[in-house]
Write a protein that binds this ligand. Structure first.
Ligand SMILES: *Cc1c(COP(=O)(O)O)cnc(C)c1O
Length: 369
């Protein structure tokens, strides 16, 4: 509804009802720069590392926060044909892009409440329980299934498997999911053995076990389709992926104020930084509301070219202070990059690489280059 302007008030009144012009641009003070070439290179590298298997892509949670429609379009163009989302809302969001061009699997399965949408969707559920098998059978449509090989989250237990269980179902992918692929303990081999046992019973069109880290475990883990997520977006969970996976997302912020601290000056909430000498600081319009969490207080780094600009004091909701001592030529209005290389930022903040990439806030526009 368009609000009406009050003819009884003049525009000089402080309460005059002025309509803002939606066409006047408001330049952002912070954003996330996203590198399409790096995303595609990461998918190609993981596809190559998958050997005889073909790499799909986990694009749940808005493609780990980067923007699912852009990511799906770029990966479709690169040759990706299998996408994995968490729920039916996420499937609907990419339906016009993927319908007739790629397979979309809904990892969280199908509840009774999902059926009205799911039965006419081009996406397919990953059936996670005996109840879900029963629920889906009358639709006559294709599905995937999840085997619980030891993670004990979603999936059908080995003990419950039998050939007649799947009568009347058309199964595309029979998958399982690794719980500790980023580690070298015995759980990977245990899960692999249990998954292989299950495949002797399940009549599947295609098989799939590995996430990003699982791809690096070698050809035993590849099967027909791999399901990288984090690695596509620049996460490195195993040493084998170092030097292969490159950074995709770089938060950037404008310096909105510069001031000079004197020796003894306190900075930010609870004075978590006190200057020992006079030096300049830059104030950036980004904070924990944007996903740059307080774990980066006094630990995070921003960059101007190769010059490091450490975060000083506590990260606020909307603001961060950085040390400009090493780059005194910077001015208000200049932009700096956040050091958000995921392995490094994870060490700095104590957050996981998954939390870092999925946590980037909606206030930051996504800017693909
Ligand atoms: C999220 C997810 C993936 C992708 O995992 P990454 O560790 O991000 O590569 C693969 N398979 C399933 C079932 C998932 O839930």
């Amino acid at each position: 509804m368009t609000p009406k302007r009050h003819s009884t008030k003049t525009d000089k009144s402080p309460n005059a009802r002025l309509m803002s012009d939606p066409d006047i641009p408001i330049p952002a003070t912070a954003r996330v720069k996203l590198d399409r070439a790096a995303l595609v290179a990461n998918w190609n590298a993981l596809n190559h590392m998958s050997g005889k298997a073909k790499a799909g892509a986990a694009v749940k949670a808005n493609a780990y926060g980067l923007g699912v429609r852009d990511v799906v379009q770029y990966l479709l163009a690169a040759g990706c044909e299998d996408f994995f989302v968490a729920n039916w809302q996420e499937a609907r969001e990419i339906d016009d892009l993927t319908s007739g061009r790629a397979s979309v699997s809904v990892l969280n399965g199908v509840r009774a409440a999902d059926l009205p949408f799911a039965r006419q969707s081009s996406a397919k559920p990953v059936l996670n329980s005996l109840e879900q098998l029963q629920r889906w059978r009358p639709t006559g449509r294709t599905c995937d299934i999840m085997i619980n090989s030891g993670m004990n989250r979603l999936g059908i237990n080995l003990e419950d498997l039998s050939q007649q269980l799947f009568a009347g179902l058309t199964i595309d992918i029979a998958m399982s999911h690794l719980a500790s692929a980023d580690e070298d303990g015995p759980q990977n081999g245990d899960q692999l053995a249990r998954y292989r046992t299950a495949l002797e019973i399940v009549p599947a069109g295609r098989t799939s076990l590995a996430n990003s880290a699982g791809i690096a475990l070698g050809s035993d883990y590849h099967f027909d389709i791999t399901r990288p997520g984090l690695g596509l977006y620049g996460g490195i969970q195993r040493p084998e992926l170092e030097g292969t996976i490159t950074q995709v997302a770089i938060p950037q912020a404008e310096i909105i104020q510069i001031r000079t601290l004197q020796a003894g000056d306190k900075l930010g909430y609870n004075a978590q930084y006190i200057a020992e000498r006079a030096h300049p600081v830059g104030i950036l319009a980004m904070g924990y509301a944007d996903g740059y969490l307080r774990g980066f207080s006094n630990r995070g780094i921003f960059l101007h070219k190769d010059i490091k600009l450490p975060v000083l004091g506590r990260v606020s909701m909307d603001l961060i202070a950085i040390d400009l001592s090493a780059a005194s030529g910077l001015e208000e209005g200049d932009w700096v990059d956040c050091n958000y290389d995921l392995p490094t930022a994870s060490t700095q903040s104590g957050l996981s690489q998954y939390e870092l990439i999925t946590g980037l806030g909606n206030r930051l526009p996504r800017h693909w280059t």
